[in-house]
Write a protein that binds this ligand. Structure first.
Ligand code: FAD
Length: 403
């Protein structure tokens, strides 16, 4: 081991970030101690499957494991890190674990709404959330989803496949509006309608009332909907409490540099909990997608070992609803202009570029994953585009292939 490398590394979090970081540490030859602490009883599974195969019941948790256990990693599943000092992590059971490098891979938790609690109101983030929600949907046969973002829409599609009557209520004027422009949101409204899902937008839910077997949800403008089961899917809150105890700088997440270093030299953060620099467009962002977790974990591990970390990947994510696989990449905003460069949104098979002025800032598409990879590579190079040339030929030219 090089001098200057830590001997005891503690990773808080057993999700994609924690698992990947441990794997990379060992792959890079780290022979010291690695302790991984995770609140969930089930460590290391693919969280994206929660709102898809696991909710549908088409796969078991054993079929969506992240990978094999990593040699010599002391995984403490079902254990919560409750406090942290500059040299040790205290747990809700057992002795404190000393560290000379700490990685906070604590991810996020489901955001709650201020509604009365009920045995038929759920959130969906972990594998432990799946069985009770699945059972309740099967029992009541109807689901009201509050929140038309990626997870809400995926859960709605899964519940519909289970045969439930499904209604989605979205506060904004369109579903998936954080990642998709109006025309693509509309495509998703149509896709859900074609599959028998009712969707209402501009709905600010204010009350929930249990009337016998039925839950009645009312909006600020006096409309109401009812169902046997309610899923609240209104985003996620990063788990920054341990970072706050250490006095780390926190913005929308734990602020880190491109090497995932926090404002304290021995402490690193990565994945959903981290707010990372955007080295291409400037500013910072939180990824909240799978690829960001894996990429940042890899860099955190290398950084802890004093190895070169390179630049962060251009983020990308995916979503599967009613068998349609959407991919999106980059850093898009509400004012960006979208240009369809292949296929058509109407046919639900397309690639669209997001432009800010003449700078390529993102991509979104269905059915052409190679296009999304190519556009990510162009974004990574900070490429400007001549909009007259945008189209299939432009995508198929060698310049659009990874350089
Ligand atoms: C339902 C769902 C579906 C998704 N689908 C997709 C998708 O289709 N495509 C995509 O790109 N992305 C998807 N994502 C996002 C992706 O799964 C996340 O970005 C990724 O899992 C984040 O990994 P992470 O390890 O940073 O955080 P997490 O997966 O949140 O893991 C953090 C872990 O840390 C634990 N923890 C937190 N605090 C403590 C503590 N104090 N002590 C001990 N343990 C602690 C938590 O319990 C948790 O197990 C989805 C997310 C969800 C919730």
């Amino acid at each position: 081991m090089n001098t200057g490398q830590p001997e005891n590394i503690v990773i808080v979090g057993t999700g994609a970030t924690g698992y990947t970081a441990a794997k990379v540490l060992r792959a890079e030859g780290f022979t010291g101690s690695i302790t991984q602490i995770g609140s969930e009883q089930e460590a290391t599974y693919r969280r994206p499957a929660v709102s898809k195969e696991l909710l549908l019941g088409t796969k078991s948790v054993d079929q969506v494991r992240l990978g094999a256990p990593i040699d010599g990693v002391d995984v403490r599943a079902g254990v919560t890190a409750v406090a942290v000092t500059d040299s040790a992590v205290q747990l809700d059971e057992g002795d404190p674990v000393p560290y000379d490098a700490l990685l906070l891979a604590t991810g996020s938790r489901a955001r709650q709404l201020d509604l009365p609690s009920s045995a038929h109101v759920f959130t969906l983030r972990t594998v432990a959330d799946v069985a009770p929600l699945h059972a309740d949907i099967e029992r009541t046969g109807s689901l009201l989803v509050i929140g038309g973002g990626l997870i809400g829409c995926e859960a709605a599609a899964a519940a519909r496949s289970l045969g439930a009557e499904v209604t989605v209520l979205e506060a904004a004027s369109a579903p998936l509006n954080r990642i998709a422009p109006a025309a693509i949101s509309q495509m998703y409204r149509d896709l859900h309608a074609d599959n028998g899902i009712e969707m209402h937008t501009d709905v600010i839910v204010t009350t929930l009332e249990e009337r016998g077997e039925i839950l009645v949800v009312t909006s600020a403008d006096g409309r109401s909907w009812s169902a046997g089961t309610v899923l609240v899917s209104v985003g996620a809150v990063p788990n920054t409490e341990l970072a706050a105890q250490l006095g780390l700088e926190i913005g929308s997440g734990i602020l880190v540099d491109a090497g995932m270093r926090t404002s304290t030299p021995t402490v690193y953060a990565a994945g959903d909990v981290a707010e990372v620099p955007n080295t291409i467009l400037g500013g910072t962002y939180r990824s909240e997608h799978w690829n960001g977790a894996v990429d940042q974990a890899t860099r955190a591990a290398r950084s802890i070992l004093g190895l070169d970390v390179g630049s962060l990947d251009v983020p990308w994510g995916w979503s599967t609803q009613h068998g349609v696989n959407l991919q999106f990449a980059g850093w898009t905003g509400v004012d960006d202009e979208y240009v369809v460069v292949r296929g058509s949104i109407e046919d639900r098979r397309f690639t669209a570029c997001a432009l800010r002025g003449d700078t390529l800032v993102g991509a979104i598409g269905v059915g052409y994953p190679k296009d999304i990879r190519q556009i990510r590579s162009l974004i990574a190079h900070g490429d400007r585009v001549d909009r007259e040339l945008l189209g299939e030929d432009w995508l198929d030219q060698p310049h659009a292939v990874v350089r």
